[in-house]
Ligand binder design. Structure first.
Ligand code: FAD
Length: 330
C-alpha cells in the first residue's frame, strides 16, 4: 500500500479520502492530552506484551496493520514479570518510532523501588516515549493484597508526583479511574477523594476501567466533575468475546455485567459466534451513545485479539466521518 502521508493510507478497506477524512488522518506524534484537546473523541487500543519473541513480532504486525485506522494512540500494559516489562518498553518505542502511532506506556509500582522506576522513565524518555499511564498495579500472582516494595510507592498518586518531580512536564501522564469504584475501596466517595488527590498530583487525563452500562460511566463523570476533577476521562470498552473470559475479568476488576446482557450471552454460551455477535453489538451501541454524550475518548481493551475491536472501531470512525461531513454541509 502506498503511504501518502502520516497516518493516511490508501487501500482496499480505506474509503475515498475527502476533506473530513483528511482532517481525521493528518497526524503528528504528540502528547495524548493535546490529541484529546484537538480531536476528541480519541479512539485507541490496548495490548499486552507477549512473553516470547514470536508473539512479540506477531503483535507488532497486528499493531502495524491498525495504522490505516489512524488510532489516536496504542497503549501497552505493564506486567509483573521482568521479561514482559522489557517488552513493554521495546514495544512502545517501536510503535512510536517505527510504526509512527502515538504510544502510551503503562507503568506500575509493583516490585520496583523509586530508583528502578526512575530508570524506566529515563529509558522511556530517551526512547522518545512521552506518554505514561501511571498505575499502582495489582498484587502479583500468589500474593493476596498489594504490598508496597521497600523504597517504592504505595499508591499511584505517589508515582505521578515522582514523574513530575523527575521530569517536569516532559511526560503527559494518564491514570486509571473506576466508574463502579475500585474493588478495594470501601466507598465510591472515598475512591473519588483518592482520585482527586491523584489528579491533583499532576495527571493530564484518565482512562476508565471497563464497564458495560453507560449510565455508570455518565454518573461517575458527573460525580467527578462535581468533585472538581477537570481532566478528560476516556472510557474503557471491552467487547465480550467469551462468557468465561468476561466473567473472569469482571470478577477481577469489579465491573458489573448488566443482568439483561448476562442472560443473553449465557443463553448462547456454547456458541462462540453468537456470543461474539451480542458482545460486539453491545459495545458498538455503547460507543455510539458515549460519543453522542461527548465522551473525551474511547479506549478498547483488545486482549490482543484485535479483529472485533477493529470492526467496531471502523464502524465508529465511519459514523464519525459522516457526522463531520453532515456538519460541514449544514
Ligand atoms: P491507585 O490510584 O493507587 O488506587 C488503588 C486503591 O487505593 C484504590 O482503592 C484507591 O481508592 C486507593 N487509594 C489511592 N490513593 C490512595 C491514598 N493516597 N491513600 C489511601 N488510599 C488510596 N495493572 C497492571 O498491573 N498493569 C497494567 O498495565 C494495568 N493497566 C491498567 C489500565 C487501566 C486503564 C486500568 C483501569 C487498570 C489497569 N491496571 C493495570 C490495573 C490497576 O493496576 C489496578 O486496578 C490497581 O488495583 C489499582 O491501580 P491504580 O493505579 O488505580 O491505583
Amino acid at each position: 500500500m502506498p503511504i501518502l502521508g502520516q497516518g493516511q493510507l490508501i487501500g482496499v478497506d480505506h474509503p475515498e479520502p475527502d476533506l473530513a477524512e483528511s482532517s481525521l488522518s493528518v497526524k503528528v506524534l504528540m502528547k495524548i492530552r493535546e490529541e484529546i484537546d484537538r480531536t476528541s473523541p480519541t479512539l485507541s487500543f490496548e495490548f499486552f506484551p507477549p512473553k516470547d519473541d514470536i508473539g512479540f513480532w506477531d503483535l507488532y504486525r497486528t499493531i502495524e496493520s491498525l495504522k490505516p485506522l489512524d488510532p489516536t494512540f496504542v497503549s501497552v500494559t505493564y506486567g509483573a514479570g521482568g521479561s514482559t516489562r522489557r517488552k513493554t518498553i521495546e514495544l512502545v518505542r517501536r510503535i512510536n518510532t517505527d510504526i509512527r502511532i502515538n504510544s502510551l506506556a503503562h507503568l506500575t509500582c509493583v516490585g520496583s523501588t523509586r530508583e528502578e522506576l526512575g530508570d524506566i522513565m529515563d529509558e522511556l524518555k530517551s526512547s522518545g516515549v512521552n506518554n505514561i499511564l501511571a498505575l499502582r498495579g495489582d498484587a502479583p500472582a500468589g500474593q493476596e493484597t498489594f504490598l508496597a516494595t521497600e523504597g517504592g510507592f504505595s499508591f499511584a498518586n505517589e508515582l505521578v508526583e515522582f514523574i513530575r518531580e523527575r521530569h517536569g512536564s516532559f511526560f503527559c501522564i494518564g491514570a486509571a479511574c473506576y466508574p463502579e469504584c475500585h474493588p478495594e475501596c470501601p466507598t465510591p466517595e472515598l475512591d473519588l477523594e483518592n482520585l482527586r488527590r491523584k489528579v491533583d498530583s499532576g495527571v493530564d487525563f484518565l482512562v476508565s476501567q471497563l464497564f458495560f452500562d453507560n449510565d455508570d460511566f455518565f454518573a461517575f463523570r458527573d460525580r467527578a466533575a462535581a468533585a472538581g476533577i477537570k481532566v478528560p476521562i476516556i472510557a474503557g470498552i471491552m467487547p465480550i468475546l467469551s462468557v468465561t473470559q468476561v466473567k473472569r475479568f469482571t470478577d477481577m476488576c469489579g465491573a458489573t455485567i448488566p443482568a439483561g446482557l448476562l442472560d443473553k450471552i449465557e443463553a448462547v454460551e456454547d456458541d462462540t459466534e453468537a456470543v461474539r455477535h451480542i458482545g460486539m453489538y453491545h459495545s458498538t451501541r455503547q460507543c455510539h451513545e458515549l460519543i453522542e454524550q461527548g465522551v473525551a475518548g474511547i479506549h478498547f481493551y483488545t486482549l490482543n485479539r484485535s479483529t472485533a475491536t477493529r470492526a467496531i472501531f471502523q464502524e465508529i470512525k465511519t459514523a464519525r466521518r459522516s457526522q463531520i461531513k453532515t456538519g460541514m454541509e449544514q
